[in-house]
Write a protein that binds this ligand. Structure first.
Ligand SMILES: [Cu+2]
Length: 163
């Protein structure tokens, strides 16, 4: 391989990695109105790890409006929300070492941020996953789908093509 071909290959690889880094880094906001700003988070199958940042854009410093971000299989969400309430605020409303929690940030108040980095390698392409806030009563309003592959891949391809 000549030097030019190698340089082209390296820059192409760097471009793909840069694209992946962007797509695999998600940011979601939560408000004093008990809402997330997104109902769906899309993760292309090219991501093996995801970094999620939660930003509480509100001003409330009360525990009642504290938020976190918890990812689980959709079928586990209501039981997890119950178990979280039992665990209480000192445990961020998350049952300790519960295998049903795929990933979770800590509980934050207005103006706070938190992030979590986790592997998505074991999650199924097209699987049914839901993210929610585990503060008592919040999950009815604060939840959404965590979508791996499918339209996430379609969008990622489109974004890459348009660069
Ligand atoms: Cu909340």
């Amino acid at each position: 391989m000549n030097k030019l071909a190698l340089a082209l290959l390296l820059s192409a690889t760097a471009a793909v990695q840069a694209a992946n880094a962007t797509e695999c880094h998600l940011t979601i906001s939560a408000t004093d109105q008990m809402q997330f700003d997104q109902r769906e988070l899309l993760v292309p199958t090219s991501c093996t790890e995801v970094e999620l940042s939660l930003v509480h854009t509100g001003k409330s410093t009360g525990i009642a409006m504290a938020h976190d971000w918890v990812l689980a299989r959709t079928n586990d969400v209501s039981a997890l929300a119950q178990a979280g309430m039992a665990a209480g605020a000192t445990h961020d409303y998350q049952p300790s070492n519960d295998p049903r929690i795929i990933a979770a940030t800590k509980l934050i108040q207005g103006g706070g941020t938190a992030s979590v980095r986790f592997s998505v390698a074991a999650l199924k392409n097209g699987g049914d996953y839901t993210f929610f806030c585990s503060s008592p009563g919040h999950a009815t309003m604060m939840k959404g789908k965590f979508i791996i592959g499918g339209k996430a891949d379609v969008l990622a391809t489109r974004n890459n093509d348009s660069r």
